[in-house]
Design a protein around this ligand. Structure first.
Ligand code: M6R
Length: 366
């Protein structure tokens, strides 16, 4: 049932070219500029007119929500708030009939996410669900929604569900953006072509596996890790850190790279591995300076870079090259080496990667 893989997590990481494809199947065909999602069709106008979109989720799904904030604000120019479901539900939030509340949940059973959604519904908001498990409680509670179609995810650490969520959210942002006239046709078309190329590029990123085993070997005994990223790669830094802590039990923190100066920089010395997601994008120059700041304090830099980059590789201790893609789609590629890194470190430390201690696949209690 693990398809020849040692763990479900590894199998699920390697399934991503397929699961990402499944999450867009029938919803987008670049060649004919077809972009349509059954689940939101009736709600397209409502989405397009929304004054605000609130996303509620927990854990990895919350990270997918953060990527969606960047996507929706960028493509559709609608303000987005991303909330931890547990905080949102208990702070007497301001919700009106004009709001659209999107819950993101792999299992569709997360207690806090479900309760946040029910609260939003009781205040008259339109509620929308993005779930992986068909017929789950959140899927049933919502007015409308879209399934991620990633297939069953068994490993407690979410991997393919995350990339499927991000893919679906990208499609939604593109649909709303074009409906609102904020995303011009040529840009939309380019994005569609790029998105179609993502599964093949994920396949290329997966070929880094052996190289990542070597890096994991070097850092398996670390006690702390820092993950840095900016822009679209900031949520990926958070996700990389969460993956590492939940399965390897190494303390890890993800930060927006520029925030490093406001505290975490004090932690950096020769014992601190710093994973920097430094792909060629609009914040590249800034992240080059962040890498210099880490190196000046003797931190060990593991950099995820775009193929062909020479600047960051000349500064970093270890380099992981991933294919180029358009900036808003980068999380789908940059997360792959981080999933593999956490997996191999956890295996080397003898951890139970599929069922880490203290964790459950669905958190059905608050
Ligand atoms: O099923 P959900 O997406 O609602 O689950 C939310 C979190 O519990 C989940 O993402 C958790 O953080 C994972 N173990 C992360 O790998």
């Amino acid at each position: 049932e693990k398809g020849g893989y040692e763990h479900f997590m590894l199998k699920e990481i390697f399934e991503q070219p397929r699961s990402i494809l499944d999450s867009m199947r029938g919803r987008m065909i670049a060649e004919s500029d077809h972009l349509m999602m059954g689940g939101i069709r009736e709600y397209e106008n409502k989405f397009a007119k929304a004054k605000r979109i609130i996303i509620v989720a927990c854990g990895t799904s919350w990270h997918a929500g953060l990527v969606a904030e960047y996507l929706i604000e960028d493509f559709a120019r609608i303000p987005v708030e991303v909330e931890y479901a547990s905080e949102f539900r208990y702070r007497n939030p301001i919700i009106t009939e004009k709001d659209i509340v999107i819950a993101i949940s792999q299992s569709g059973e997360t207690a806090d996410t479900l309760a946040a959604l029910e609260l939003a519904k009781s205040k008259g908001a339109t509620i929308f669900g993005i779930c992986n498990v068909v017929g789950s409680s959140i899927a049933r509670a919502t007015d409308a929604g879209a399934y991620t179609h990633a297939g069953p995810e068994i490993g407690v650490a979410s991997t393919k569900a995350f990339t499927a969520q991000v893919t679906v959210l990208t499609l939604i942002a593109m649909i709303i953006g074009s409906k609102r006239g904020m995303l011009e046709t040529t840009k939309l078309h380019q994005l569609m072509v790029e998105l179609e190329n993502i599964p093949a590029k994920v396949e290329i990123a997966l070929q880094l596996n052996d190289q990542i085993v070597e890096i994991a070997e070097k850092f398996k005994d670390a006690t702390n890790f820092l993950y840095l990223g900016r822009g679209y790669n900031f949520p990926v830094a958070l996700e990389g850190a969460l993956k590492l802590k939940e399965i390897s039990y190494i303390h890890a923190e993800g930060y927006p790279a520029a925030e490093m100066k406001h505290g975490p920089i004090a932690l950096i010395d020769e014992h601190m591995p710093v994973v920097v997601i430094a792909t060629k994008d609009s914040s590249y120059e800034k992240i080059v300076s962040n890498v210099q700041e880490v190196k000046a304090r003797k931190g060990k830099v593991i950099a995820v870079v775009t193929e062909g980059d020479t600047t960051i590789p000349s500064m970093a201790d270890y380099v992981i090259e991933i294919p180029e893609t358009s900036e808003p789609l980068m999380p789908l590629l940059s997360v792959i080496p981080l999933q593999l890194l956490s997996y191999h470190i956890a295996v080397m430390r003898g951890c139970n990667v599929d069922q880490p201690r203290n964790l459950a696949k669905s958190v059905t209690v608050e």
